[in-house]
Design a protein around this ligand. Sequence first.
Ligand SMILES: *[C@@H]1O[C@H](CO)[C@@H](O)[C@H](O)[C@H]1NC(C)=O
Ligand SMILES: *[C@@H]1O[C@H](CO)[C@@H](O)[C@H](O)[C@H]1NC(C)=O
Ligand SMILES: *[C@@H]1O[C@H](CO)[C@@H](O)[C@H](O)[C@H]1NC(C)=O
Length: 230
Amino acid sequence: MLFSPQSITFAVLLIPGYQWLDIVGPIAYINTHSHAVMQMPVVPESIRAKAPVINWHYISSEGNLNPVSASAGPPHIPTANFTSCPPIDYLLVPGANSSRQISDELSSFIHDRFPTLKGVLTVCTGSVVFAQTGLLDGVHVASNKVALKYMAEMGRLDRKVKWVGDKRFVRDGKIWSAAGITSGLDLAAEFARVHFDPELVDLARNLTEYDSNPAQPDPFAPILDGVVLD
Ligand SMILES: *[C@@H]1O[C@H](CO)[C@@H](O)[C@H](O)[C@H]1NC(C)=O
Ligand SMILES: *[C@@H]1O[C@H](CO)[C@@H](O)[C@H](O)[C@H]1NC(C)=O
Ligand SMILES: *[C@@H]1O[C@H](CO)[C@@H](O)[C@H](O)[C@H]1NC(C)=O
């Protein structure tokens, strides 16, 4: 499914205390393929013509427009709430304190939007947060391995989800999930590879000077040695 030169709309869920890098990497990497970024004079017109318009909306998990602080960096001001958020194609969910129950309002928003979403991208414990909606039941999903190990040991692992412990990212149907923090960048690269024109993807690779890692081999898989995930 190549998007170019169509438009794609993403919403990013800002959860208090979320890991900043979980969304900075994927947003910046995916947006490098956008028509807006490809306006740079160095870009040949033939490639620019294949770049999709990418729209970004930022929604607070609290449903209001109050600034949300991440693990680091400046507070982020949401651009839409649950009702004002326009139709979206993809939802990006960063890792955050997964012990915190998500609100009924957030759960309703996600359930309302899910049927029309083309996909959900989770990074790190974003999958553990998202699993609270029940929408990951029976789905193969990656997550932060240190967190998975801890939750398994504490008896807090949601075993309805098919956790994958030996991949940097996993795609199962509509769910695109990354393992710990930096693997979000590799998930974003996989998303770009699947959806965007190959020449555009190659130029973005040159611009970012980033060679993404494959899903496997996963050098961090040994973190979960001996841990039963199912
Ligand atoms: C969401 O935003 C809309 C438009 O700005 C506003 O009318 C509505 O009251 C807001 N809803 C909540 C729950 O804040
Ligand atoms: C995470 O949330 C839980 C439940 O609300 C809370 O007890 C805990 O202190 C939080 N942890 C951090 C690091 O904020
Ligand atoms: C990216 O850089 C390589 C050189 O490493 C070059 O061969 C290739 O044409 C470049 N790709 C684009 C789309 O400019």
